[in-house]
Design a binder for this molecule. Structure first.
Ligand code: JSK
Length: 448
C-alpha cells in the first residue's frame, strides 16, 4: 500500500465551461455562437443534443458555488460566453451578460473560492464566424477588444486568466478533422486558425500587461497527450514524436521559443498547407506569460502507420483499460508529458487546468458509485506527484469537471462530473469521487 503525500501549497480546483453548463441560450440578450449553429446541424452531435438548457447553471449558479464550497477546492475554473458579452462579436456590450459573471464571481469570492477565468472556451460568436471566424485576422482584434473589456471590468476581482482553451481542438479538430464547430475539413484553414489563435493570445497578454492588473496572472491552456513508441524502430519513434509535436510543440514552441517546429512546418507544407506569418507575429506570440495551463486526459503506446495521411501515428491497444468515452487510461503518459514539457520549455509555472475521466455511472439510492473515476484520479495524481518530485513546477491541479455537462460532439451521453446531473430534473447528486476528492484536498495525502 503506497501513500501519496502532496505538497501543502498545491492548489486544487474544479473546472467547467460556459456552453457546456450554462443553458439559458436565449436569455438576457445572449448572441448565438458557433456551437449553437453546429449542435443544431443534424448529425454533428450525438443524440441531437445542444446547450440550450445544459445544466442550467445560469440560473443555478448559487447552488453550484455551494457544491464547490462543500468540496473545498481553492479554485474554480470557469469560462465566459463571449456572445453573452458581445452578442454580435464586436460593437455593443450586453450589460446583462456582464452582470451574470459579476454575480458568479462575487459568490465565489464570498465563499473563499478563487476564480480562474477562461476567455475563449470554444463558443465563438456566430457573427464572427460569418466573416470567416478565426481564419480571418479581424477576429484577432475582436478577441483583444473582448479581452480588454473583461480585464477592465473584472481585473479587481479575477486574478487568474486563461486566454484560450485547447488551441489544438479549436484549430485542427474543428477545421481539419471537422469534429467540432465550425466543422470544416481544410488543413490550410486549420493551420491559419492555429496561428491566429496564438497571435490573439499574445496580443491579449500584451493588453493585460498594459492595463497593469494588480497581482494578475495570465496564461493559455493547450492540449497535451503522450505517445510511447511501440518499438525502437526509427519510424515508430518519428511517428510518436510527430504526434506529440502536432498536439504539444506546435503551440509550445512558438509560445516559448518564438518559432514553429521546422519538421512540422515542412510536414504541413508537404500536405499543401503553409503558415502565414505577418511581421511581428512571432514576437507577439512569445509575450511572456505567468503560467501555462496543461490539459491531460490520455495517451498510449503507438506506432507508424503507412499511407495514413496527415496523422500517421496509430494507437496500439496494449490491453489497458479505457474510460467510458474510449480513451485509454495512461497515467504514465501524464508524468512523461510533464517532464518532456519541463525539459524542453523551461520553468514557467504549470497549472494542470484539466484532468479527469468519463464514467457514465448512474444514481442508485441517491448515490453514484464511480470507482472508475476515483481510480483514474488516484493514479493520475500519483503520476503528478512523481513529476513534481522530478522538479516540474506544478502549482495547481484542476479536475474536469465539477458537473456532468454537454460534452461537445458527444452531447450529454458522456459524463465527466464529480457531481451527477439528472438532465430531466436538473438535480445535482455528488458522486463518490466528489467525496474522495474532498477528502484528499483536506488531508493532502491518500492511499493508492
Ligand atoms: C474534453 C481531443 C475541454 C473541455 C472538455 C476530443 C478531444 C478532447 C475533448 C481530441 C479529439 C476529440 C481526437 C481525434 C484523431 C487524430 C474537453 N476539454 N476534450 N478534450 N479534448 N489524431 N490526431 N492527432 O469537455 O471542454 O479527437 O484525433
Amino acid at each position: 500500500m503506497a501513500i501519496i503525500q502532496l505538497p501543502q501549497d498545491l492548489k486544487f480546483g474544479v473546472a467547467t465551461a460556459a456552453y457546456q453548463i450554462e443553458g439559458a441560450a436565449n436569455e438576457d440578450g445572449r448572441g448565438q455562437s458557433i456551437w449553437d449553429t453546429f449542435s443544431k446541424t443534424p448529425g454533428k452531435v450525438d443524440n441531437g443534443d445542444n446547450g440550450d438548457i445544459a445544466c442550467d447553471s445560469y440560473h443555478r449558479y448559487e447552488e453550484d458555488v455551494q457544491l464547490i464550497k462543500e468540496l473545498g477546492t481553492d479554485m474554480y475554473r470557469f469560462s465566459v460566453s463571449w456572445p453573452r458579452i458581445f452578442p454580435n462579436g464586436t460593437g455593443e456590450v450586453n450589460q446583462k451578460g456582464l452582470d451574470y459573471y459579476h454575480k458568479l464571481v462575487d459568490a465565489l469570492i464570498q465563499n473563499d473560492i478563487e476564480p480562474m477565468c477562461t476567455l475563449y472556451h470554444w463558443d465563438l460568436p456566430q457573427a464572427l464566424q460569418d466573416k470567416g471566424g478565426w481564419a480571418n485576422r479581424d477576429t484577432i482584434e475582436a478577441f483583444v477588444q473582448y479581452a480588454e473589456l473583461m480585464f477592465q471590468e473584472f481585473g479587481g476581482k479575477i486574478k487568474k486568466w486563461i486566454t484560450i482553451n485547447e488551441p489544438w481542438c479549436v484549430s485542427f479538430l474543428s477545421n481539419y478533422i471537422g469534429e467540432h464547430a465550425p466543422g470544416h475539413t481544410d488543413l490550410q484553414l486549420a493551420v491559419d486558425v492555429s496561428h491566429h489563435l496564438l497571435v490573439a493570445h499574445g496580443k491579449a497578454v500584451k493588453a493585460f500587461r498594459r492595463l497593469g492588473i494588480e497581482n494578475g496572472e495570465i496564461g493559455i491552456a493547450p492540449n497535451s497527450t503522450w505517445k510511447e513508441p511501440f518499438s525502437t524502430e526509427q519510424e515508430d519513434k518519428d511517428a510518436c514524436q510527430r504526434e506529440i509535436g502536432f498536439i504539444i510543440d506546435w503551440f509550445f514552441e512558438p509560445l516559448f521559443k518564438g518559432q514553429y517546429p521546422d519538421y512540422l512546418v515542412e510536414w504541413y507544407k508537404q500536405k499543401g498547407a503553409t503558415v502565414h506569418i505577418a511581421e511581428g507575429d512571432m514576437k507577439l506570440i512569445q509575450e511572456p506569460i505567468d503560467f501555462v495551463g496543461i490539459n491531460y486526459y490520455d495517451g498510449s503506446v503507438a506506432r507508424y502507420k503507412k499511407n495514413s495521411g496527415l496523422f500517421d501515428c496509430e494507437m496500439i491497444d496494449m490491453g489497458y483499460n479505457r474510460t467510458d468515452i474510449g480513451w485509454p487510461i495512461y497515467p504514465e503518459g501524464f508524468y512523461k508529458m510533464l517532464t518532456y514539457v519541463h525539459n524542453k520549455y523551461g520553468d514557467t509555472p504549470i497549472y494542470i487546468t484539466e484532468n479527469g475521466a468519463c464514467y457514465n455511472d448512474d444514481v442508485h439510492n441517491n448515490e453514484v458509485n464511480d470507482i472508475g473515476r476515483i481510480n483514474y484520479l488516484k493514479t493520475h495524481i500519483a503520476a503528478l506527484q512523481r513529476a513534481m518530485d522530478s522538479g516540474v513546477p506544478v502549482k495547481g491541479y484542476i479536475c474536469w469537471s465539477l458537473l456532468d455537462n454537454f460534452e461537445w460532439a458527444k452531447g450529454y451521453t458522456m459524463r465527466f462530473g464529480l457531481v451527477h446531473i439528472n438532465y430531466r430534473t436538473l438535480e445535482r447528486t455528488p458522486k463518490d469521487s466528489y467525496y474522495w476528492y474532498q477528502k484528499i484536498i483536506q488531508n493532502k495525502w491518500y492511499e493508492l
